[in-house]
Design a protein. Structure first.
Length: 102
């Protein structure tokens, strides 16, 4: 269980780890940019702030239902799509996630 389980899930995808083990990928909407909390970081990344962001959670391979890994602070649907394609090439969307018109 991740700390983001209470955030709304707006889309899901499935990816085959090692080409055989199915893993779910969830896209959550988040009302917060989660900062690093590190005082040595610049304030724009260290501090939390409200806004419209997206978070990816994904299952631990071989542990269905256990969503422990997280990618935070994605600023747009385009960022989400790019991140999923980069981290999970060939992922199949189970729930449509489309870019918003400009």
């Amino acid at each position: 269980m991740s700390s983001f389980d209470d955030l709304p899930i707006i889309a899901e995808a499935e990816w085959l780890h090692d080409g055989t083990v199915p893993m779910r990928i969830r896209v959550h909407s988040s009302p917060m940019y989660y900062g690093t909390g590190d005082y040595e970081d610049p304030s724009d990344i260290a501090e939390e702030r409200p806004g419209d962001f997206y978070i990816l959670t994904y299952e631990v391979a071989g542990s269905p239902g256990h969503f422990a890994n997280v990618t935070r602070n994605l600023a747009s649907i385009e960022d989400v799509l790019e991140t999923v394609q980069r981290k999970f090439p060939g992922a199949r969307w189970l729930t449509p996630l489309e870019s918003k018109p400009a």
